[in-house]
Design a protein around this ligand. Structure first.
Ligand code: ADP
Ligand code: XUL
Length: 529
């Protein structure tokens, strides 16, 4: 198994709606893809889009044990399909960013002595002091955000230290909220993990460290020194440095696969595990972008990100330590109303059919005859607004659009916002005909959506065969961490993405004008809230 052509690299993606596994061989060919979807494969947890939105509309959680049960199902499915676990040389993975897991005191002992005859979720069912993990969609911590910023010297100071001002979904303030509202559960918490390090813990049978890249999404890490920031820790909870453990570079080998997995699934005892990271950092690795490329990820969230050489502090957008090279950075902007909003409009206006949705996009004109829609089904991140807003060409509010206008309005509104915030928040990033936009995530399968992106961004759009770049990036990161070589060496056979859309003539002028209107309308909405 050691070395040679036959070995495999396994990449996991613990995302919002599902967990997915990809496996590649040494030539980077995909040899396995398996997924477990939370809503449909685990209906007993009654999630919608993998989460529970609470009655206050701002608290959003997922049952931690559901993720463990999904892990059981995923490996059982792969075993049933004859997946050769013994050939896996190294594993890495990704998790939805910012979400947190609270392990009860004493759980580490349980993790280290798991019974191979029993499913994991049966052994861990009483092991979480907070059974429902807050996830990235949560927006319930505004007061904690203001407090954290105030305690460290203001939002810009916090951004200088951690790469971001305070955002509701960031883990530090989520921890602060729990430490205040549930002090005894907080006290009974031995370890706090991110979703990524939680997932890695299931593989090594021990608490796994948080990696520097996903750790940058907590408002707790000093991204300059790559250590926890003492003042941020102090503001968010007592004994926090013990509860978090030391962060490690994202490419670090953190241990071998657990005895439990060796006995139950026939993993090799030599199989290594590389630190898991956030889904966006893992996607960056999976897209193997060049400096100057812009990645747009269209999953449960929509994100726009790129490789960034510096960590200049700004008030908006985010800077993370780069998952491939801890001496560089990645910049990112995130939108909460992504695929689930598109999906709702597909269900309501296009009879639940993506084909019909695409047909509507193709038959409506660029600029939608001046109609603009802003669809924030859940509280957006920027601006912090919830609601559905439609405007006609004279900027008058209207209550509905015909179905085909609604479909174009959601895609144009979303993509105009993606470009506008990219330009405002990603350190002067601009796109043009010589920029490559690399699209990934579930909706990157939809060519009609990609055409709108190309028209709005004024740049060609490229896609790879594999829309799950976080899973693929995890395979690449596993190989990178194991071999310790240059990342460019690992991805030298990475299949070149294909150009699937180029800007339509005249689109640039239409969207230039429309973007100005969109900006004004969005500002008015935000000011009224
Ligand atoms: P995540 O990793 O966040 O769970 P994915 O990147 O797998 O999400 O994307 C899942 C989403 O992809 C679904 O919610 C669905 O709306 C969207 N999707 C799947 N197929 C299409 C399509 N043909 N057109 C547009 N969106 C699609
Ligand atoms: C990024 C973010 C989301 C999650 C879920 O900051 O909150 O993209 O990582 O995908």
């Amino acid at each position: 198994m050691d070395g040679g052509e036959d070995r495999l690299f396994l990449g996991l993606d613990f995302s919002t709606q599902q967990i997915k596994a990809e496996a590649i061989n040494d030539s980077l060919q995909i040899v396995n893809e398996t997924a477990v979807k939370f809503d449909s494969d685990l209906p007993e947890f009654k999630t919608h889009g993998g989460v529970h939105i609470h009655n206050d509309n701002v608290t959003v959680t997922a049952p931690t044990i559901m993720w463990v049960k999904a892990f059981d199902l995923l490996l059982e499915k792969m075993k049933k399909d004859g997946f050769p676990f013994h050939k896996v040389a190294c594993i890495s993975g990704a998790g939805q960013q910012h979400g947190s897991v609270y392990w009860k005191t004493g759980t580490n002992k349980i993790l280290r002595s798991l019974d191979e005859k029993k499913q994991l979720h049966k052994q861990l069912q009483n092991c979480f002091s907070i059974p429902d993990s807050p996830v990235w969609m949560d927006a319930s911590t505004t007061v904690n955000c203001r407090e954290l910023e105030e305690k460290v010297g203001g939002p810009l100071k916090l951004a200088e230290i951690t790469g971001s001002r305070s955002f509701e979904r960031y883990t530090g303030t989520q921890i602060m909220k729990i430490s205040r509202t549930r002090p005894s559960e907080y006290k009974d918490t031995e370890r706090i993990s991110l979703v990524s390090s939680f997932a890695a813990s299931l593989f090594i049978g021990d608490y796994a460290p948080i990696d520097l890249s996903d750790g940058s999404g907590m408002n707790l890490l000093d991204i300059r020194t790559k250590k926890w920031s003492p003042e941020c820790l102090q503001a968010c909870g007592s004994d926090l440095s013990q509860k978090l453990g030391d962060p490690v570079p994202s490419k670090q080998v953190i241990g071998n696969v657990s005895q439990y997995l060796i006995s139950r699934y026939n993993f090799s005892p030599n199989c290594k595990v590389v630190a898991f990271t956030g889904d966006n950092p893992a996607s960056l690795a999976g897209m193997a972008p060049k400096l100057g490329d812009v990645v747009i990820s269209l999953g449960s969230s929509d994100t726009v990100f790129s490789w960034s050489p510096s960590h200049t502090a700004e008030l908006e957008g985010h800077i993370f330590v780069n998952p491939i090279d801890s001496n560089t950075y990645m910049s990112l902007v995130c939108f909460k109303n992504g695929s689930l909003t598109r999906e709702r409009i597909k269900d309501e206006s296009a009879d639940g059919s993506w084909d019909k949705f695409s047909e509507y996009l193709k038959k409506t004109p660029i600029g939608n005859n001046g109609n603009i829609g802003i669809y924030f089904d859940v509280m957006e991140i920027q601006p912090l607004v919830q609601g559905i807003f439609r405007f006609n060409k004279s900027d008058e509010k209207v209550t509905s659009f015909p179905p085909e206008v609604e479909v174009r309005a959601v895609i144009e509104g979303q993509m105009i916002a993606r470009k506008m915030y990219m330009e405002m928040e990603m350190r002067g990033m601009h796109t043009g005909l010589d920029t490559r936009i690399l699209a990934t995530g579930g909706a990157s399968l939809n060519k009609a959506i990609l055409q709108v992106i190309s028209d709005v961004f004024g740049a060609p759009v490229f896609v790879s065969d594999i829309p799950n770049s976080a899973g693929l990036g995890s395979c690449y990161r596993a190989k990178h961490g194991l071999e310790g070589c240059d990342f460019s060496e690992v991805v030298k056979n990475h299949p070149q993405p294909e150009c699937v859309a180029v800007p339509t003539e005249g689109a640039h002028e239409v969207y230039k004008e429309m973007s100005l209107r969109y900006r004004k309308l969005e500002r008015e909405i935000a000011n009224q809230q």
